[in-house]
Design a protein around this ligand. Sequence first.
Ligand SMILES: Cc1cc2nc3c(=O)[nH]c(=O)nc-3n(C[C@H](O)[C@H](O)[C@H](O)COP(=O)(O)O)c2cc1C
Length: 191
Amino acid sequence: MRHTAGLRNVDLTNTPASSLRFLAISGSLRATSSNSAVLEAARRIGAPELDVEIYHGLDTLPHFNPDLDLDTPPPVIGALRARIGAADGLIISSPEYAHGIPGSLKNALDWLVASVEFPGKPVALISTSPSSAHVVAQLAEVHTTMSARLVADACITVPVRGRGGDPESLVSDPGIAAPLRRALEALAAAR
Ligand SMILES: Cc1cc2nc3c(=O)[nH]c(=O)nc-3n(C[C@H](O)[C@H](O)[C@H](O)COP(=O)(O)O)c2cc1C
């Protein structure tokens, strides 16, 4: 299921080995998170012609404070911005908490508001639940406000909520793997 309307696709099989690098951020810190599992499945599907790197530092970021957002920000923030700058695109998969964006993910996004790395970056928004429309809409609004480039065909819902956090079962399910691969292709086409 696609959230919004579209861009052309690129066949990843014609892309040179590891020529693209996407950074994936899960909005869930749970060990058996379905959102993290989807991103790990995308990482496995994307290789070898596409590197999907998973960002694991969401729970290490300080609370956003403009007073700390100086020319030299906290090292973990500088590292996050550098990884975003080096990425050809971002993949965000997030649960909905109380009809909104989980605080840890919103905190990371707040740190990126003033960054030079974020504007113009192609972004795929993934949801693991069709009933979590609020968080999708809010993430779209926040990313648009932050001048990221939402890639319509890469913004999808893969209904895996309640299936546990096993990425391999997602990779081996064509009903999940195929739309995920198409989303990666759309993100690749938008770089
Ligand atoms: C504190 C809390 C609030 C939640 N609020 C909502 C909500 O407003 N809407 C919704 O669809 N799901 C809500 N959920 C359910 C989660 O979005 C759902 O369990 C999701 O799959 C968790 O993602 P994860 O497996 O990646 O951790 C909430 C869960 C928690 C723990």
